[in-house]
Write a protein that binds this ligand. Structure first.
Ligand SMILES: *[C@@H]1O[C@H](CO)[C@@H](O)[C@H](O)[C@H]1NC(C)=O
Ligand SMILES: *[C@@H]1O[C@H](CO)[C@@H](O)[C@H](O)[C@H]1NC(C)=O
Ligand SMILES: *[C@@H]1O[C@H](CO)[C@@H](O)[C@H](O)[C@H]1NC(C)=O
Ligand SMILES: *[C@@H]1O[C@H](CO)[C@@H](O)[C@H](O)[C@H]1NC(C)=O
Length: 347
């Protein structure tokens, strides 16, 4: 290649790069800061979808990351796709949500897709229940009270689902539990800032961070090395699995030693880009075995985590509290498909 050609080619390459950048900015006007140097730190090892809040996981090989959380990939699940934490159990009397914190056996309720318009519920000792995805035209709309008295939009799933879940938890249908559904409509997105902005550990949250019925953010990531490190500190009978931490994404890799995730800011996996918006604060739920629904009698692993995974939080009323963390809560900045074994990049 002569000098002219070389100049011409590098000129064309430069023009191409400028054009690509311009197209990128055009497509992602709000994400101009996403042109970064990415470093591979590990791989995706597990993708878990929890369609029912506090319910059992579905194990996926790929997932579609949407603004409000992961969803089954239409390539793997035709017709109807379940989305993370779109259903929840609530009390009929006061519309307050119920979780495995009070009813540990909820952890064994498996929700899955039956066909193109029916959801399936299974639990130990219960007949399978099929019900249609509720719609606001046919079912009652309400607001369910969750943490911090936040109220979130919901569509009731009907009497059959209500009787089924009440029978499973209470053995009869009288102390009325019901199931609510979030259709994901933008009109009903949460204003989490109103409630959480004044907590000191939540400074990086935005309204866009919110999931549907997740405690707070759209996606939770757990690093296997951190779980392994915790297990090294626990007696054998108290050891846990990553499933105790109910993440959507579990990762492992050479560049991801225990707790490295605490300091990551941006992550890229497959087509998707995420921002770490806060550490995930941990509660008694981590002490319940995810496969048996039985609580650890010694309150492990929380007791041990409280000794070395502590963070100070200052609440709006100036009250200080010590919180315990594991994993990171992420906001989805560029939605897209992610897969098991995808490389995890950080910047
Ligand atoms: C957050 O969203 C709510 C509505 O969903 C809106 O009223 C509020 O102004 C938003 N806050 C910010 C800071 O964007
Ligand atoms: C917010 O994000 C910045 C940049 O990643 C980080 O340095 C800071 O510690 C974060 N603040 C909180 C309270 O998490
Ligand atoms: C991802 O997994 C492959 C295969 O197990 C491994 O060779 C590679 O080192 C992993 N990547 C990172 C960044 O750890
Ligand atoms: C992930 O990679 C491992 C080998 O590193 C392989 O055994 C496994 O089948 C892969 N899983 C998927 C879902 O591709």
């Amino acid at each position: 290649m002569n000098y002219f050609n070389m100049q011409y080619t590098s000129g064309a390459a430069a023009l191409g790069a400028i054009a690509a950048t311009a197209i990128y900015y055009y497509l992602h006007p709000k994400n101009e800061n996403l042109i970064r140097t990415w470093k591979a730190v590990g791989n995706v090892t597990k993708l878990h979808l929890h369609p029912l809040k506090s319910g059992r996981r579905l194990e996926l090989t790929s997932a579609d990351c949407t603004d409000v959380g992961i969803r089954q990939n239409p390539e793997d699940q035709e017709g109807l796709q379940l989305r993370d934490r779109t259903y929840l159990v609530y009390g009929e009397k006061n519309n307050e949500f119920k979780t495995a914190r009070t009813f540990p056996q909820l952890l064994l309720v498996q929700m899955s897709v039956h066909d193109k318009d029916q959801i399936r519920l299974d639990a130990p000792g219960m007949p399978t229940l099929l019900f249609k995805v509720p719609t606001k035209l046919k079912n009652k709309e309400l607001r369910v009270k969750v943490h911090q008295s936040e109220e979130i939009y919901s569509i009731d799933c009907g009497d059959e689902a209500a009787n089924w879940i009440s029978n499973y938890i209470h053995g009869d249908s009288t102390p009325g539990l019901r199931i609510g559904y979030h259709d994901g409509s933008m009109k009903h997105r949460r204003n989490i800032l109103k409630i959480y902005k004044s907590f000191s550990i939540y400074k990086n949250l935005t309204n866009k961070s919110a999931g549907l019925y997740s405690d707070l953010s759209a996606v939770l990531l757990v690093n296997q090395a951190s779980v392994d490190d915790l297990n090294d500190k626990l007696r054998e009978e108290n050891r846990v699995v990553s499933e105790n931490f109910r993440s959507s994404i579990t990762i492992a890799g050479e560049g991801a030693p225990a707790y490295a995730e605490d300091d990551w800011e941006w992550l890229k996996i497959g087509e998707a880009v995420f921002r770490n918006v806060k550490p995930c604060t941990r509660c008694i739920m981590t002490t319940i075995n995810p496969d048996t629904g039985v609580r650890n009698p010694e309150r492990e692993p929380l007791k041990t985590m409280e000794t070395y995974r502590r963070l100070k939080n200052q609440k709006p009323n100036k009250e200080r509290e010590i919180i315990t963390t594991m994993g990171i809560s992420m906001e989805v900045n560029v939605p897209g498909v992610i897969r098991i074994n995808d490389t995890v990049y950080i910047a």
